[in-house]
Design a protein around this ligand. Structure first.
Ligand SMILES: [Zn+2]
Length: 172
């Protein structure tokens, strides 16, 4: 069984320390912080035993957006390993959502967030992660809210699959 939860075991200052810190079990995670957050090192939740290094530092190349709220970690976008175990997952609020065979979104979007997202939608299609930045919220939550609004008929997803991360308000 692949693990569905990560456990933040600590914050360290070097990659080497992080690799040692996460050795105990799959899903163990350590943050490398030197001035700013540099990387997340994760004992691969698929149980392959490898440690994954996820860059959080935009100055060091392509980086994931990273949120730490109430000791719960979220990464954006999803992590997709292109070698060995090829794990592909979303990390959201310390929970691992496997992308290959699980509906990963929660269906409990708060009314308040749905309303806020709806108010930020316009007649033009816009990307949910850009909306999330404007609202100051986690992209997965905003995507979740957009999907809820689509189900309620209050928003529309772009009909072109390649632009499937774009939404607009419905009913102008
Ligand atoms: Zn793995």
């Amino acid at each position: 069984m692949r693990t569905k939860q990560i456990r933040l075991v600590g914050t360290v200052t070097s990659h080497d320390e992080a690799v040692i810190a996460v050795q105990q079990q799959p899903g163990d995670a350590a943050l490398v912080v030197r001035g700013a957050a540099r990387a997340l090192v994760l004992n691969c939740p698929c149980r392959c035993g490898d440690s994954l290094t996820i860059n959080l530092d935009g100055r060091a190349g392509p980086a994931w957006r990273f949120y730490l709220r109430k000791n719960a970690l979220t990464l954006f976008p999803s992590y997709w390993r292109d070698s060995r175990c090829q794990s592909h997952f979303i990390l959201w609020g310390n929970h691992i959502y496997w992308c290959d065979h699980e509906e990963w979104w929660s269906s409990e979007v708060s009314v308040a967030l749905r309303q806020t997202v709806w108010e930020h939608l316009t007649a033009e299609f816009s990307r949910y992660d850009i909306l999330a930045e404007k609202i100051g919220d986690i992209p997965w939550e905003v995507l979740d809210a957009c999907r809820a609004l689509v189900r309620e008929g209050r928003a529309e997803r772009h009909p072109d699959k390649r632009r499937g991360d774009e939404f607009r308000r419905k009913g102008f």
